[in-house]
Design a protein around this ligand. Structure first.
Ligand code: MSP
Length: 500
């Protein structure tokens, strides 16, 4: 048994969660659940990013205070993750005392170590992105293409982090995969950035202009830059800066930071450089997934294309939603999410494959085997299929790229179900006059379904629990002959989309 620490980005509280956020969190949850199944001591962290101009601006627009907005939106993130069966062990908010204590501690250290200095700066700031943009980031009309707004010209004196000091070391670390960045294209993207040479970045903003945030402990005229504040969450959730460092010792460094490709530079350059400056260990991996558009456009409230994950849960259940989100694209790949295809995809994968397999197997056992698993040998080909698809559960995956892990955890239960459905058609136990042959077919199908029940836990936790209950599975052990098989609960795991 080993320990496994996994994080998601912390989400801005300017608006409630959408499918892009849900994707990140469910991907991390699939990995966290898988590691728990393997017996690892897991710490899975998510939370909300509540400071900065973006949140202050959203609060003004909603005629409320930033804190009141943060309280209500943080709550809706929590509730959404709960309804998606997300098993985070902690939820950190950057307005919490424990976070502020840790950030202040880190900022003091950076100052003491002389890795920050004052400098005046002039640049184009996009509050939507919460970062400075250069002319080449803008579209033809001078707007930020992501937020469709003209960035603000900001000229002020701030504190800067001496990034240049750490770049050569960071380049080696990334080249050698000491911080592994997956998929490979993203690693190359970071190495490209490092080769170009990156400028020192400011870690503070003028407090008169940006009052919503943590003041610098060594300069009260400045507010900590929201991105620096936010990155520290990974440490402050573990008690960084507090007298009790036990969690930090147990769970840091993180094994994986799951992020979207939009925030790669912050995680793969700024964050490791800050950690090097603080003398803290670096995360082992940064797993970067794609960015989704809906109907070909960025997901945004003003464009009216936001898909509320809760609407999806109402229609497809939490398992259905988890699967639909994660099966749209391979991990790491960007693309357009088309909700009009969800019904079809749900039917094909869940209702017609897993749902059909489970209900037909239970019905066959009830009809031909008095509702018990018959005493017969498991067919060799079914055994082989089981062995193939539960590979990740048997073998330690060290060294495998993250995108393969997720891919297998999402798709293997379906692949096995689909093979079992084929076996069922070939053997047709419902037409089989020879009782021995029929028992062998039923025993093989039952063993296969039980395995699907175990493999499905990370991606389809409710389905997995229902199959395990129905097939008397305890502690991931396949059921023995003679075990009674009950109707699954609910009796139809995945009703067809037309009946939803
Ligand atoms: N608050 C920062 C992260 C700080 S982490 C120290 C932030 N928040 S965010 O709410 O805008 O987005 C967080 C993450 O949500 C993104 O990195 C990405 O993982 C996910 N997504 C947000 N929109 C998305 C899509 N349209 N598509 C896929 N993922 C998206 O950035």
């Amino acid at each position: 048994m080993s320990r496994f620490t996994i994080t998601t980005p912390i989400f801005y509280v300017n608006a409630p969660p959408h499918v892009g956020h849900a994707y990140t969190v469910v991907a991390a949850d699939v990995l966290a659940r898988f590691h728990r199944l393997r017996g690892d001591d897991v710490f899975f962290l998510t939370g909300t990013d509540e400071h900065g101009e973006k949140i202050a601006e959203a609060a003004r627009a909603a005629s409320t205070t930033p804190q009141a907005l943060a309280d209500s939106v943080a709550q809706s993130f929590r509730e959404t993750w709960k309804l998606l069966d997300v098993t985070n062990d902690d939820f950190i908010r950057t307005t919490e005392h424990r976070h502020e204590v840790g950030v202040v501690h880190a900022l003091r250290l950076l100052k003491e170590r002389d890795v920050v200095y004052q400098q005046s700066y002039r640049g184009l700031y996009c509050t939507g992105c919460e970062k400075f943009l250069t002319e080449k980031d803008l579209d033809d009309t001078g707007k930020c293409p992501l937020h469709n707004r003209v960035p603000e010209l900001v000229e002020e004196t701030n504190w800067f982090f001496r990034l240049s000091t750490f770049l050569p070391h960071l380049k080696e670390i990334i080249e050698r995969d000491e911080v592994r960045i997956s998929p490979r294209e993203r690693k190359n993207e970071v190495l490209g950035l490092l080769r170009q040479g990156l400028e020192d970045f400011s870690i503070s903003r003028d407090r008169a202009r940006v009052p919503w945030g943590i003041p610098l402990p060594f300069d009260a005229t400045q507010t900590c830059y929201v991105w620096v504040d936010a990155l520290f969450n990974y440490l402050t959730a573990l008690g960084y800066g507090s007298p009790d460092t036990s969690k930090l010792q147990q769970f840091w460094p993180a094994d994986v930071h799951v992020i979207g490709l939009d925030i790669l530079k912050f995680h793969a350059v700024y964050w490791p450089a800050i950690l090097l400056a603080l003398g803290e260990k670096l995360p082992r991996e940064i797993a970067v997934h794609g960015f989704f558009t809906v109907n070909g456009q960025k997901i945004s409230k003003s464009l009216g294309n936001v898909i509320d994950p809760l609407e999806l849960v109402k229609r497809y259940g939490s398992d259905g939603t988890r699967f639909l989100l994660l099966s749209q694209f391979p991990f790491g790949v960007s693309g357009d999410v088309s909700v009009v295809r969800f019904d079809e995809q749900y039917d094909a994968a869940l209702a017609n494959t897993i749902g059909n397999l489970v209900s037909r197997t239970v019905a066959l056992l009830q009809k031909f085997s008095s509702g018990r698993i018959p005493n017969a040998a498991i067919d060799r080909s079914v055994e082989n299929e089981i062995r193939e698809y539960n590979l990740p559960f048997r073998d330690v995956w060290g060294g495998e790229p993250m995108e393969d892990d997720i891919e297998q955890l999402v798709h293997n239960p379906l692949r096995l179900s689909s093979s079992l459905n084929k076996f069922a058609e070939i053997w047709a136990p419902w037409h089989e006059p020879d009782a021995m042959k029929r028992d062998a077919a039923l025993r093989s199908l039952a063993a296969g379904v039980a395995e699907v029940g175990i493999l499905a836990e990370p991606i389809l936790p409710k389905t997995s629990a229902a199959i395990q209950r129905a097939f008397g599975i305890v502690g991931s052990k396949p059921p023995a002959p003679g075990t009674p098989v009950a109707a699954t609960d609910p009796p139809i795991l995945f009703p067809r989309a037309k009946d939803l």
